[in-house]
Design a protein around this ligand. Structure first.
Ligand code: ADP
Ligand code: MG
Length: 240
């Protein structure tokens, strides 16, 4: 689904991503872990060109989205993104937050967008909050809404950047549960996370980023039980 070829990213003279080559397959749940500042967010943001790569290519469903001639907006609609901060529109109801982009960007009818939004809200247990405003919801509820908002665009892949890091501890579980359900439905997902339990249980592959490289990648059991790279061993020693 996504082919990353020799991806590099510099901010000024600082090289944040260094020659990254990785393939993400349909149905993959890739968890990316690594220390703060290692380039995880930049990697994720390059995948939908929220950051412009400095070098290399990214093919999404066969199209080179790093090509300046590519209509990035069209492809970006197929990539849902969920951030640490929820970025909901505060002056709109939940339902409006959910139907705005499908109607405006995808030309779908209000009626159809609303039906889909309500069905998805129901799945995450928040249908009764459809007429609330974001500031009337808890952090965990807002993040579940942010996930639903991305899903309302019918994406082919979901990108998550530390979706539970800004939440109070008691709200982490409800968001991870929604993500686990998505994974069970075979959604393709790339998840930057510090939730090692989630990575271990849900990921098809776990990747360790440090210093702008992926230093190790494996299926979760091997990754956590038999890490090889010394820096990964050190990192796991601190977080587990
Ligand atoms: P992570 O998500 O792993 O914590 P980031 O991708 O956010 O790491 O950042 C990697 C490095 O790039 C950090 O040193 C960070 O300060 C730097 N960086 C990130 N975004 C920018 C930016 N827009 N301009 C300059 N430096 C940046
Ligand atoms: Mg980050």
């Amino acid at each position: 689904m996504i082919q990353v070829q020799n991806l590099g990213k510099k901010f000024g003279s600082m090289e944040v991503l260094k020659d990254i080559t990785v393939d993400i397959y349909k149905g993959d749940v890739v968890c990316v872990i690594g220390p703060s500042g290692s380039g995880k967010s930049t990697f994720l943001r390059c995948l939908n060109r929220l950051e412009e790569p400095t070098s290399g290519h990214i093919l999404f469903e066969g199209t080179d989205i790093t090509d300046k001639k590519t209509d990035i907006d069209r492809h970006r609609q197929k990539m849902g993104m969920v951030f640490q901060q929820f970025n909901l529109f505060p002056h709109m109801t939940i339902l409006k937050n959910l139907t705005l982009a499908p109607v405006k960007l995808q030309g779908r009818s209000e009626e159809e967008a609303k039906n889909q939004a309500m069905a998805l809200l129901d799945k995450v247990g928040l249908a009764d909050r459809c007429n609330a405003y974001p500031n009337q919801l808890s952090g965990g509820q807002k993040q579940r809404i942010a996930i639903v908002r991305a899903l309302c665009m019918n994406p082919d892949v979901m990108l998550f950047d530390e979706p539970t890091s800004a939440l109070d501890p008691e709200m982490v579980g409800e968001v991870l549960n929604v993500m686990r359900d998505l994974a069970n439905e075979k959604m393709t997902m790339v998840v930057v996370t510090h939730e090692m339990g989630f990575a271990r249980e849900v990921a098809t592959r776990v990747m360790f980023m440090d210093g702008g490289y992926f230093l190790e990648e494996n299926e979760p059991k091997e990754f956590f039980e038999h890490p090889e790279n010394e820096r990964l061993k050190g990192f796991l020693g601190k977080v587990l």
